[in-house]
Structures are given as C-alpha cells and as structure tokens.
Design a protein around this ligand. Structure first.
Ligand SMILES: [Zn+2]
Length: 122
C-alpha cells in the first residue's frame, strides 16, 4: 500500500517503533518521511509519539548518575564472596523451609527445636 506520494505506508506498530528509533537518530530520511506521513494521518500514533518525546526529553534532562570511584572494586569483591559460599547449605535451608510449610497445619503449632530433638533421638 502506498500514499499519494507513492511512499509505502507503514503499520502503527512500525510507526511506533520508528518513532523511538527517530529519537535515537537511527532512521534514514526515507523512514523518517514514512513516519511523518503516518503520524499526520494517525491520531493514536501521534499521541504515542508525543508521549515518547516527552519521556525522552525528561530522561535527557536528568543528571548522569555519579558512581563511586571504587564501585567496580567493591562489586567484584562481593561477587567473589558470593562465589565462595557453598550452595549446598543454601539448598538445605530452602528444602527445610519447604518441609515446614507443607508439614504445618492450621491447628498444629510449629516447634522446630522439639521436632529436631525427636529426630536426633530416634
Ligand atoms: Zn498509527
């Protein structure tokens, strides 16, 4: 399908994607012309593009976040510490929590210490 200028028309989905691409400066002149033709004839896409532009300018006005100079060092240190933890312990904790949830009924009160003693005495 083409418009009166012989330019192929685009769908609303393509128009909304291209409107975002236009903000990032990623559209060719041809794609930009297609978009403007679509927006001139489609109220909903024009409104969506207006909101996208507003959000884009609001984000652009935000100051860039400042990262502490030792951010990378601390991040890699924490990642290394997490790697050192044994996953078996964590898995056991998860399993025991699941058992507690399924074993407890509304009438019975959970007594983890006494049930532990019973198990160890058997
Ligand atoms: Zn549209």
């Amino acid at each position: 399908m083409t418009d009166s200028d012989g330019i192929p028309t685009i769908t609303c989905l393509q128009a909304q994607e291209n409107a975002l691409a236009l903000l990032g400066g990623e559209l060719s002149d041809f794609e930009e012309r297609q978009l403007h033709i679509h927006l001139a004839n489609c109220d909903s896409c024009r409104e969506q593009a207006r909101q996208d532009i507003m959000v884009f300018h609001m984000l652009a006005a935000c100051p860039a976040p400042v990262v502490a100079p030792d951010f990378n060092e601390k991040l890699f240190q924490r990642l290394a510490e997490e790697d050192e933890q044994t996953p078996i312990v964590n898995e056991a904790e998860i399993i025991s929590e699941r058992i507690d949830i399924t074993a407890s009924s509304p009438r019975s009160k959970r007594r983890p210490s006494s049930s532990f003693q019973q198990r160890t005495q058997e």
